[in-house]
Design a protein around this ligand. Structure first.
Ligand code: NCD
Length: 301
């Protein structure tokens, strides 16, 4: 039984994923006035120390759709007692008195883990710096399953700032329980951290490190691309940042899909949006239903 959601490594279980995805698909089919009111009488706190649009609003929508209520701090770095010097641990202990679960986004890797140690109510990691973003990985895997009907035997490209991107880190852990082949596409200095590379070797997942996205586009069933995480470093991309353009997506298979956790900055040209393989806005929509299913799993009566 999962209490806190800190890492996608807690979801390396096909049975667990299957039941979570089945619950997600069931919720997705219901008209909004028929959503189960499983969070009635519960209060969920969203405590965000970093900017967010999708993650916070989809969590908040999920809570409201399930009949729960919210305490929301969307700008915690500026307006919470962190400004006075309060530790994250003390803030979490305090919110334990006011809420039945805490959705936390924080700039420091490991913050959700630290919070979970002092929290009696569930902590849900909504992004801890360049660490992890487990609920994003769940909606990403769900989206792949939705469009490709399977995960096993897919060839998947992961492109962008592999070093600093928490969404890419979290999806890699979950992909490692499937029979996939990975293309890791990034300039050399933004390749995946050694820890994750050795994890892939340990799990015998075949992977190729590629610098030019055009060298592998034709081989992929899924291309998952993310923006450069400019807030996490000052380094400039040497060489070409992976980009999808109206021109190079011609190399993609006709039934490939294009994913992006969003926000999209310059890694996907706007013209690509009209291509039927570009499913990133649907992917973002799936976030609501995954988070409803997850909240039900953690807190539903
Ligand atoms: C991602 C994040 O915050 O890590 N956004 C999101 O939650 N959908 C991706 C990003 O900001 O690059």
């Amino acid at each position: 039984m999962i209490k806190h959601v800190v890492s996608s490594k807690q979801f390396l279980d096909k049975k667990l994923l299957k039941s979570l995805f089945a619950a997600t698909a069931r919720l997705q089919k219901l008209p909004p006035d028929q959503y189960p009111q499983t969070l009635k009488g519960r209060i969920i706190a969203t405590l965000f120390y970093e900017p967010s649009t999708r993650t916070r609003l989809s969590f908040e929508s999920a809570v409201l759709r399930l009949g729960g209520k919210l305490l929301s701090t969307e700008n915690a770095a500026e307006v919470s007692s962190a400004v006075k010097g309060e530790s994250l641990e003390d803030t979490i202990r305090t919110i334990n008195g006011y809420a039945d679960a805490i959705v936390l986004r924080h700039p420091e890797p490991g913050a959700a883990d630290r919070a979970s140690i002092v929290s009696d109510v569930p902590i849900i990691n909504a992004g801890d710096g360049s660490g992890e973003h487990p609920t994003q990985a769940l909606l990403d895997i769900y989206s792949i399953k939705q469009y490709k009907k399977k995960i096993d035997s897919l060839v998947i490209g992961l492109a962008g700032d592999l070093l600093n991107s928490r969404t890419l880190h979290s999806i890699i852990y979950i992909l490692s329980i499937f029979d996939v082949e990975l293309y890791l596409i990034a300039p050399k200095q933004f390749q995946l951290p050694e820890e994750l590379l050795s994890y892939l070797r340990e799990k015998s997942i075949p992977f190729h490190q590629v610098h030019d996205i055009n060298d592998c586009l034709g081989k992929l069933d899924v291309i998952y691309i993310n923006r450069l995480q400019m807030e996490r470093h000052t380094a400039k991309f040497k060489g070409k940042a992976p980009t999808l353009t109206k021109q190079n997506i011609k190399l993609l298979k006709p039934d490939a899909i294009i994913l992006n956790p969003l926000p999209r900055i310059s890694e996907i040209e706007i013209e690509v949006d009209n291509d039927p393989r570009a499913v990133y806005f649907q992917q973002a929509k799936n976030g609501l239903f995954i988070r409803m299913a997850l909240l039900n799993m953690l807190l539903g009566k």
